[in-house]
Design a protein around this ligand. Sequence first.
Ligand code: 13P
Length: 248
Amino acid sequence: MRKFLVAGNWKMHGSRASVAALVEGLLEQGTMPCQTLICPPVIFFDQLQRQLVGSSIGLGAQNLDWHDSGAYTGEVSAAMVLEFGCSHVLVGHSERRSLFGESDAQVGLKVEKCLSSGLTPVICIGESLAQRQADETFAVVQRQLDAVIRQVGVTALRHSIIAYEPVWAIGTGESATPEQAERVHAQIRQYLAKQDESLSQNIQLLYGGSVNGENAADLFAQENIDGALVGGASLKVDDFLRICRAAV
Ligand code: 13P
């Protein structure tokens, strides 16, 4: 039986004060109703690691460099995030791919580094609007998945999470319908089943793209949706909690 996971991707938002207030609001509710992860900018890791002591909320990074250390200005290593209690890393988010030129091959290297460091990669995949309109949705998703599988092998995905995030649904307020999302999730699971049946049954497949307190329950009712990667709504205590409660 797969567990639900709700992960908040805070992107480049927050200040010392707003981050403290947001987490205080979450902690006031007591134990989180489902497995919960927040992915703040790494600059807040120290502050949040202290604030999250004794809580079930996990800490994730939004990105990672695949080198151990060295002259890589602006980058952050696996060892660095581990030192601050980080357990998960978003890898290959569409904003990293489109705005920062991250390639499929680099995503593979980052996943490999996560796995060899004991971090769980949340591998983000998804098509653009033009690709969907050209009926290329699964071809794109498959290409992105294959690049990772080529690098680490399919079995390594046992320690990974996949987030299907159609680019056209990110930050637009226009979520994929539960049926649209479920269709792609089922295709991903079937594709993985051809290579490793038990992996395909156990791997968590999150949906991301304009998930909010209103639409989460319908998305989570789908057979192959095991949670959400939430952007904008993860910055609001009430919305984020509503999504987490829908995941029970
Ligand atoms: P929104 O929930 O703001 O659409 O963002 C989704 C996302 O990119 C999560 O990684």
